[in-house]
Design a protein around this ligand. Sequence first.
Ligand code: PLP
Length: 407
Amino acid sequence: MSIKSLAPRSDFPLLAGNPKLHYLDSAATTQKPQSVLDAISGYYERDNANPHRGAYTLSAAATEAYQTARDSIARFLGASDPDTLIFTRGTTESLNLIATAWGHANVKKGDRIVVTRLEHHANFVPWQQLALAVGADFKICELSSEGELDLTHLSELVTKNTKVVAFGHVSNALGNVNPVADIVAIAHRVGALTVCDGAQSAPHLNVGFDSLGVDAYAFSGHKMLGPMGSGGLIAKRDLLEAMPPYQMGGDMISMVGDGATTWNILPHKFEAGTPNVEGAVGLAAAVAYLEKLGMDNVHAHELALGRYASECLAAVEDVTVLGPPPERRGGLVTFTLRDVHPHDLSQLLDAENIAVRAGHHCAQPLMRALGVNATTRASFYVYNESSDVDALVRAVASVRDRFAVAP
Ligand code: PLP
């Protein structure tokens, strides 16, 4: 089979400079196109000043660049109200923001917090710690025997005292694409807040925040061709307006009295201090690049590579592919090779210029439930093609022949 890359490798300086590299770790972070690098350097060459604060022309240009970026990223994610997009350092900070600011104001002793077995630590630990701090009940929705979220279990867990259901849109460890509408319906039946970790969906799907139904959605720019340290939280306006601020400082205030302070309007209330303008500008260039490719094409491309990789890897003796079937997964494949530790496997693959991730994928509660310490994960993006998969499968088969212990 031949699947051509959706985006030319030549658009990505790192890949163009490393023609032998098979980069299969885009779920961890993506490579950056030249247009993103140009947008960042162009910002510093033309527009750099501290935004919001100066009355002079250059500061106005920086403010304009920052706001324009917000508008285009909100549009890309299907949020019609750009002021409800709060820029953060990424998914982790966004989830900490809501778990801390909303959580401490709204979750009390005896309330319940529900997460799922699939969560990345970023959407697990902040809620677990909130529960411990306030004395709330912390429950985990388990997987069905088919390896998908067990919605019957979720319905049982979501009782009247449930205040929040936090879940990932797409699992970074197994690739599950979760049924957002069903989860939201179960949570909203009891008026619970829904918080969606979109780290692995914003780069790969048409998110459509306004119709997704969730109350809050977190994402990371570096996983969608943008710069590290960029990303955000999109949430419903009434939720953000009712929530206390997360961090205090410059820009987020309206008036500071000697004894009390009032807060700025959205989005500034949640963006204390000098913002990461270069991150926002770079991420806006990244979404422009993705829009040109078309998110339906991006999704279809990754699914095709994921399916091809699953089939080819499953055909290698002693390889076990984990997770739901490829048609219900995002563009990644997670697997084990009997008797070969994933860390050893990834080092052996590295010697063949194949970059994959090995470990617990920041999902230790899931690994425990699967009964494994670690897995190997190959994840695909717009610059990958079937020759990357072929190289991976050849190398895994060769490691198997050299190192797998005979039964
Ligand atoms: N959630 C998921 C599903 C992820 O895959 C990741 C990163 O791998 C994160 C959260 C954390 O993202 P970041 O490190 O960009 O904050």
